[in-house]
Design a protein around this ligand. Sequence first.
Ligand SMILES: Nc1ncnc2c1ncn2[C@@H]1O[C@H](COP(=O)(O)OS(=O)(=O)O)[C@@H](OP(=O)(O)O)[C@H]1O
Length: 383
Amino acid sequence: MVARIRLVAVFCTFDVLVFVLCILAFRTVTHGRNNKPSFVSGANLQQSIYDISLSNDTGNHFVTENKTILSFHASVYGNDSSTSMKTFINRTDYRPCSWKITECRRKLPQAIVIGVKKCGTGTLRYFLKFHPQVAFNADEEMHYFNIPSRHAKGIQWYRRHMSLSWPNQLTIEKTPRYFVSSVAPTGIRDEISPKTKIIVLLRDPVKRSISDYLAVRKTEGLTLQNPVNSSNQLPPYTDPIYDIKSSFENSVLDLNGDIKSWNGLINIGLYSNHLRRWLDVFPRQQILVLDSDTLTHDPLKAFRLIEQFLDLSPFFRPEHFYFSKRKGFYCLKMSGKVSCQGSSKGRTHPTVDQSVIDKLKAFYEPYDKELMELLGRNFSWIS
Ligand SMILES: Nc1ncnc2c1ncn2[C@@H]1O[C@H](COP(=O)(O)OS(=O)(=O)O)[C@@H](OP(=O)(O)O)[C@H]1O
């Protein structure tokens, strides 16, 4: 009798073990490694195919952008209990789009971040991508309206590069070079829509030029010793050209000590000149001009303005922004994870000769005054 009971006990234990193993095996097959539903793993995902590593505040790279966005989306889609989210998220529309779903389409952008280079456009995109009603294009920058060889591929080529989006999602593209392009405003109006919303970030033009100098040096090395007119720059494509020397001072001043206003480092900061071209083509209320300082120091305010302008539901909340002492900037905090911009943003600026700074400030003064008149408002760097 005892032997039989033992035998039954052994069988039962074995069965329970098999049952538990089966459950575990089943979970492994149907869920990702982090116990997230399998759609979070990124296999079907059409959004953001490039892979920007995100880091937590201790510098450990732990997750890719796709995964963060999607695991965050999944957590909201799944069991987020916050009422503010529930009030605006249509749960059906909240699933990631896939080519298998008929409502998912690649739309031409309804809004474009046109610039300005080194004024925080990357951060704007990086954060705004988390808004559930936003679908950013997969490639970081399209350069469709400013580079002739790209433009020649046609508007359907451009559309094919947009992310799949739900009918209620806004497709957005960002290419900072559009701001200074002579043909981008009419191109966007005629090929996309005269109703396209335009977003521009502006930063102290002196700081912008130093930041740009570092960026161009980093990407081009010191190969741009002479002014380079790239083959893409034939008229009417009049993007500013760069002249980069071994120091910032020598890059922005010529041998007589005069400012090289044609140099991209300087020319891009002539905001009023460039903005006028956009105001000639789009109504003022269709252009949101943001002070980059607001994005840097009060990101919540900046994103509330953006949400309002784009008619998006209010999504961002104070707890989504985390100030990283290590980075010296705000990072995004979603589902307990902190993700900051990569090392190409927030580089330490070189010490620049004060006389050159003063000269540049004086040079930009009349343009800044024009900017204030044009927009009827002040900016943080203008005293
Ligand atoms: N939260 C946060 N994190 C990192 N960086 C931030 C942030 N907010 C604003 N900025 C400022 O963004 C500047 C880079 O601008 P862009 O993203 O427009 O550069 S780019 O044109 O796309 O290369 C970058 O300029 P530099 O500091 O000169 O590198 C930052 O000052």
